[in-house]
Design a protein around this ligand. Structure first.
Ligand code: E4P
Length: 227
């Protein structure tokens, strides 16, 4: 399962990468508006990071028509190289651009997906990823987790290699349920990474270990006894 950080702040991505085994990071136009420095400077930092780590970066086009999307995808690909996954919206022009980007050898994520059919059409158009927005699907009265479960099953049934990238989570439970459903990838906030691995029983056990050790060996460490 692939894990991405859904954020534009390079320091935050680097901080998560220190602690967790991530595969890269995802951005969207909204996230990029929150960048705390000029975008051209940020993009330079992104490029350095993906070159250093070999991870992937997801960047969404901002054009409305397929010609503009493809042109932006090409320029983004020229800039970031093969570690780029260009995000194209699940609208008519996005699907048209998807087929063309794939013919040019650019990896694509069809994003802002709210239904099984949008995802299925993305896979058939050759997308490498498709990103259903879990909480947004919940908010329109449907079930985001079930939608992903059905998409994963359909892709298996039809033999599509397109990966499902679960996005827009509100709870750790949603992430867990996607893992159970066999969702190939998720993109989550830095805070969610911490919540994913937090468990009060682990903390209680650690307190027990520390108490027992200190009662017997004081401030010494286990490595002090390697003679
Ligand atoms: C995914 O790539 C999106 O950036 C993201 O998950 C959108 O989530 P939000 O609209 O709930 O912030």
């Amino acid at each position: 399962m692939e894990f991405y950080v859904d954020i534009a702040d390079m320091d935050a991505v680097r901080a998560v990468n220190e602690y967790f085994p991530i595969d890269g990071f995802t951005t969207n136009p909204n996230i990029l508006t929150k960048a705390n420095k000029p975008l051209s400077e940020m993009f330079g930092e992104y490029r350095t990071y993906i070159e250093e780590t070999g991870q992937r970066i997801f960047v969404q086009v901002t054009a409305d028509d397929a010609d503009g999307m493809v042109e932006q995808a090409q320029r983004l690909h020229d800039y970031f190289g093969d570690r780029l996954v260009v995000k194209l919206p699940a609208v008519r022009e996005g699907y048209r651009a998807c087929k063309r980007c794939k013919a040019m050898g650019i990896d694509v994520c069809v994003t802002v997906v709210h239904s099984m059919m949008q995802a299925l059409m993305a896979a058939k158009a050759g997308a490498d990823y498709t990103a259903p927005y879990i909480s947004h699907i919940d908010n329109i009265g449907a079930d985001g987790v079930r939608c992903v479960d059905e998409i994963v099953k359909a892709f298996d049934r039809f033999g599509y290699t397109c990966k499902v990238l679960g996005a827009s989570f509100r709870t750790v439970e949603q992430v867990e349920k996607l893992a159970v459903a066999g969702c190939h990838a998720v993109t989550i906030t830095p805070e969610t990474f911490d919540m994913l691995i937090a468990h009060p029983s682990t903390d209680v056990s650690m307190q027990g270990f520390n108490r027992a050790w200190h009662d017997k060996f004081g401030d010494n460490q286990v490595s002090d006894y390697l003679e």
